[in-house]
Write a protein that binds this ligand. Sequence first.
Ligand SMILES: Cc1cc2nc3c(=O)[nH]c(=O)nc-3n(C[C@H](O)[C@H](O)[C@H](O)COP(=O)(O)O)c2cc1C
Length: 358
Amino acid sequence: MIWQNRLTQLLGIQYPIIQAPMLGVTSPEMVAAIANLGGLGSLPVGGLAPEKTLELIKKTKSLTDRPFAVNLFAHEIPEIDVSVARKMTDYLQNLSAEQHLDCAIPSIESLKFHSYTEQIQILLDEQIPIVSFTFGVLTDEIIAQFKARGVVLIGTATCVKEAVFLEQKGVDAITAQGVEAGGHRGTFLTPANQPIPQVGSMSLIPQIADHVSIPVLASGGIGDGRTIKAAFMLGAEAVQIGSAFIASAESLAISAYKESLQDAQDTDSALTRAFSGRWARGLSNSFMAKMDVEIARTGLSIPQYPIQNSLTTTFRGAAQKQNNAQMTNLWAGQSAASHAQMKSSAEIFNDLLQQVEQ
Ligand SMILES: Cc1cc2nc3c(=O)[nH]c(=O)nc-3n(C[C@H](O)[C@H](O)[C@H](O)COP(=O)(O)O)c2cc1C
């Protein structure tokens, strides 16, 4: 297998295999393990406070001197609909009592959101060479600032329209995220009241590759030698792999989450807005089912991202403390059951290389 291509050159890496950014799962240790083996590790900092962003970057730098990507959430912060948020707060407070979860749902007045714009100076000061982003596009001014410093920019698209839009904005590469992918959908050009794109990787990768001239990273459902080769055949020049690393030794996932992946079937994941207010794929569990029942019964509405995400934070944290997989998000892709492995990130990465070479 000839690994070198436009992307390995652009990113300064040996293998075009990217450990996907996974907020809440990816640790600096995971990023460094992949970087040290010649792949690209991605450090997720979406929505984090500037101080936490700096701390994670410094920690990662202490573990590797290879390039790694930092991943941002490029969305705007919406206004809070107080009446919708208050009803959700009441629902979550009652559910936490019913589920014996020791937590206080934050008051609407106390909610604080961080925009990605607060993180840019840190990335520039720390001379981060690669910045990937999802949920939207960086402002023209910020794109220009990064480009002036030679930073490689990677945007996320879930349909051809978004990919073309990102290329016109001047990004250097595009992550094509199929509907199989675990975690949040990167969708950003679809109005909130319309159905989001649900194009599978098999259809999405070649169509995006046909419509843009910059390199495409394939993401969603990839995690063994066969799927990596298939993605390259379809026109990708790199693969971005998430679910395969969730159960790794360096993952921040609780043990019940890792175990759920081992027992999962291909049909066990679903798209939901219940945890964060944004469509995301995770293993179906009781929280998702209860929210659906409540919506049907009382007309409860889910506040938009990131409001719902913040309202459920203490609730999910309390569930995680109890190792309770039924009351927290278990983001996972459709192939997570066959790709997730309880090994070190380095072993998983080396297995992938070997499978492709075979
Ligand atoms: C637990 C989890 C968290 C994720 N968090 C992020 C994130 O912070 N930023 C991002 O761009 N994508 C995020 N994603 C999406 C991944 O980057 C990637 O698109 C996806 O995992 C690929 O599909 P796969 O899970 O089938 O490998 C997340 C995915 C998972 C499973």
